[in-house]
Write a protein that binds this ligand. Structure first.
Ligand code: ZN
Length: 83
């Protein structure tokens, strides 16, 4: 899984899943006391951000790419085509 656009999708999905899980936990069991599911969701969302920062990079020059936006075709640093 080296393609930055694919990694970005995984990152988005992980963050959304984490937020959904944390939100669901808030709805189901309330904010007090903090439910393990809320913590899990928050960790998942944070993990998604970390994953994105680490993996959404140009495979040619290694420069980190924009985390938002979809389907980056060319690296904005070295100009290489990304797929
Ligand atoms: Zn590049």
């Amino acid at each position: 899984m080296k393609h930055p656009n694919r990694c970005r999708w995984v990152m988005m999905a992980t963050i959304i899943a984490g937020i959904a899980l944390a939100g669901l936990s808030g709805i189901v069991s309330g904010a007090e006391p903090i439910h393990p599911m809320f913590v899990l969701g928050a960790v998942l969302a944070l993990g998604g951000v970390v994953f994105g920062v680490i993996t959404v990079r140009c495979p040619f020059c290694g420069h980190s790419l924009d985390l938002h936006g979809f389907g980056t075709e060319y690296c904005s640093y070295c100009g290489e085509k990304l797929d």
